[in-house]
Design a protein around this ligand. Sequence first.
Ligand SMILES: Cc1cc2nc3c(=O)[nH]c(=O)nc-3n(C[C@H](O)[C@H](O)[C@H](O)COP(=O)(O)OP(=O)(O)OC[C@H]3O[C@@H](n4cnc5c(N)ncnc54)[C@H](O)[C@@H]3O)c2cc1C
Length: 376
Amino acid sequence: MIERTIFDSEHEQFRNSVRKFIEAEIEPHYAQWEKDGQVDREIWRKAGQHGFLVPGTPEEYGGVGADFLYGVVISEELARTGVAAGVGFGLHSDIVVPYIINNGSEQQKEKYLPGCLSGDIVTAVAMTEPCAGSDLQAIQTAAVLDGDEYVINGSKTFISNGQLADLVVVACKTGDGLSLLLVEAGTPGFEKGKNLEKIGMKAQDTSELFFQDCRVPKENLLGEEDMGFIVLMQMLPQERITIAAGIMSTIEITLEQTVNYVKERNAFGRPVAAFQNTQFELADMDAQITAMRVFVDRCLELHTEGKLDNNAASKAKLLTTELLLDVVNRCLQLYGGYGYMWEYPIARAYADSRITTIAGGTSEIMKLIISRELLA
Ligand SMILES: Cc1cc2nc3c(=O)[nH]c(=O)nc-3n(C[C@H](O)[C@H](O)[C@H](O)COP(=O)(O)OP(=O)(O)OC[C@H]3O[C@@H](n4cnc5c(N)ncnc54)[C@H](O)[C@@H]3O)c2cc1C
């Protein structure tokens, strides 16, 4: 193991309290939430009370202005316990609310940030549409200014936190460009569709959203009109490196659990760990994981210095998600039939991990970004 150097003792203390919170408040209920297709709404408020939502919120809006690594600690701990894929805290804290912190008007920040911190407001971001995913330029949902209001028409799909969301950042076409509008749940003309049934991430609500002559005040424009792409682009390095950081924790815990399992499980009169195939599989994965951890930590360090670019963050997202798929597949094989049983964490990890090379930008789109710079 190569020692990690990016966290200080205060981060580690914070990690301990996050871990205790997850063990006490999330893990015991998680299987039920998977059956329900969404988490209990109250867990958001409990996380808010403990300061585990949007730790980077500036003090003037009720936060503590913690550095970015505190959010990483939360992502890592959720991933380590196998529940990250269900509770949508990461999306809220590391992606959606930072859009408001970085681009919101004073009025928007005062109105929404305290609730985002306390867990009274759950957020979502709605970009994807039935006919436009990777190709964001192709979205059809349109917002037209009518007096002091934007009128939104269109539909979105695959929206994480969609059922629970109180506030949605909606990407809309406006004139020639794309704009982001803040839409509150309950606004007339805004309807949530069904909770979509997925292969994994069973406790995460994922929804269609519909907008029919939905009117929002023009003050709900986030950033400038037609400049939505720039707002989204600015956040990409943080989004992608946060995803990568959580994934590294899932990978590491998966390997650790597999090592424990193969030491205990016997076949042909000896532990599965005694077979050379098992040893070589584990060694190969461990070597790759060690190298990847060093790369991801360096990217995290660069981000804390404000120097992480979209190219490096895309490489981190591409490589960690592909490594995750490989590791869960190979580890599950070492469990034999038990690996296919939901009661074993490897089964959940296998199902939950499949989305990671798709959501947040597919592997192909990551390669497109990387190759563009290479060939420029
Ligand atoms: C569980 C889940 C949660 C999600 N959460 C959210 C959310 O909260 N908010 C949100 O807005 N969206 C969300 N998404 C949507 C997600 O971001 C999209 O699914 C993803 O961007 C891919 O878009 P698509 O599904 O339309 O696939 P498509 O864009 O149709 O792609 C299909 C295939 O074509 C490939 N492809 C596309 N373009 C190219 C190209 N130029 N070159 C090579 N290959 C290409 C893709 O990589 C993919 O393999 C979520 C999706 C899922 C499944």
